[in-house]
Design a binder for this molecule. Sequence first.
Ligand code: NAD
Ligand code: IPM
Ligand code: MN
Length: 358
Amino acid sequence: MCGDDPRMIRIALIPGDGVGPEVVREAERVLSACVDAGLARLSTESFPHGADHYLATGETLSERSFERLRDEFDAILLGAVGDPRVPDGRHARDILLGLRMRLDLFINFRPARLRLPELSPLRSADRRPIDFVIFRENTEGLYTGAGRVESAGEPNERAVSEAIATRPGVERIVRAAFEHARSEGLHRVTLGDKANAVPHVYGLWRRVFTEVSQDYPGIEADMQYVDALAMQLVRSPDRFQVIVTSNLLGDILSDLAAEIVGGMGLAPSANLNPGRHALYEPVHGSAPDIAGSGTANPMAAILSAALLLRNAGAAEAADRIDKAVDEALRSGIRTPDVGGESTTAQVGGWIADRVERG
Ligand code: NAD
Ligand code: IPM
Ligand code: MN
């Protein structure tokens, strides 16, 4: 990319709660290293939204911030939201689910690749490569908030949460999964559903999946009940290439996927509406059990920043980060979750240094 003038990427940072600010700080250092190496041009601005801000002001995500995030940035990088002081998680829903829904970020792209066989808890991991991606539907399902509680507190209390699936909503995520398979030269897309027990919603998913798959004749359209799929992810993870599924099922499968390739500390994600808006974040949460200890693994946040750079056109910077993470893992520059003794800042600093030096 030498000699090119890379486009300015405007990044909004929402460090959030718990380990969020700790890992976003390291992602920022790695982004700065890309700038110093001449691989990217970018500006960053930090937003205060999270539990502290909510508890101090009563504000979850202000309208003004929402409009700015929507209109003034190319991408958002979020750490994590969720804090034991806000037990109902209201601010987290307004901020994270609010941005996903209101920016119509219908693709939650969650890749899982085993970087080193020893990182997997699976017995067979030394023999088989694991490399697949989950396309999690991100705007519908059980996450819209639709529902009600009747007779609250009474013996006959009844709570209803409605799962919503629309044909356009299902079609666009299924098509995105097949398009990804086609563009990456992959030959199988697996639908994870529960049509046997939940026929209305997942019957629609199966019909739409079957219809869309007709447009992709070289790609096997594989449908699996999600319980059996979870079993297969442990038994034969190498058979998966692209998994497409609904919002809640994708949430669960993506933690399982992260764990079989080394854990939550390594799993990045992208919330996308291609060509319009994007929000990048680690798959993990605010990890209150380790917040403040300096041991959080920053790699998931750093790899989320790499996804951001790749989608924003700075592929060489993204490649360099990806390689530096592999090298750090091989060299034992690891936080305790992946079997090391390094701190969050040591891992981030090492990767930033490696990226800058090339
Ligand atoms: P979590 O992902 O925060 O933690 C699960 C386990 O993984 C914990 O043992 C934690 O220590 C470990 N872990 C997570 N990230 C790690 C990292 N970077 N390095 C090392 N270990 C790591 O899930 P949880 O405990 O169920 O949730 C905590 C809070 O985070 C809740 O409020 C939840 O709602 C929220 N949450 C937010 C997001 C998000 O903002 N995207 C995602 C998941 C959960
Ligand atoms: C995730 C998280 C969120 C989700 C929570 C914090 C609402 O678990 O991004 O995976 O369920 O989507
Ligand atoms: Mn989750």
